[in-house]
Design a protein around this ligand. Structure first.
Ligand SMILES: [Ca+2]
Length: 103
């Protein structure tokens, strides 16, 4: 599943529905997580995060992330300090992302 950064009512309704339903949010998280976790380790490491951020920036038509931005995103997401992002940490990211789109 691709999360579009659109703002049409239908898309906003879909985002609200996902945020209101934890099972749905987990499903979306898992789909995105698996796409980013290329080596299927169950953890997103810095290299994978960088690639994902690069892809998002390309699709959004913005400048690619700097090394510092990738590092700070990783530190921000890695709430247990393991150096990688697990699916629970990733779920918080997706939740915040959807919350910010929903406005
Ligand atoms: Ca972690």
């Amino acid at each position: 599943m691709v999360i579009k950064m659109g703002d049409s009512e239908a898309e906003l309704d879909q985002i609200r529905a996902i945020l209101a339903d934890d099972a749905k949010l987990s499903e979306v998280t898992k789909a995105v997580f698996d796409a980013v976790d290329e080596d299927r380790s169950g953890q997103i490491d810095k290299k994978e995060l960088k690639k994902a951020m690069l892809q998002v920036s390309q699709e959004a038509g913005i400048a690619p992330p700097s090394e510092e931005q990738v590092t700070s995103a990783l530190q921000c997401l890695d709430t247990d300090g393991s150096g990688t992002i697990d699916v629970h940490e990733f779920k918080e990211l997706i939740r915040q992302l959807l919350e910010s789109i929903k406005g």
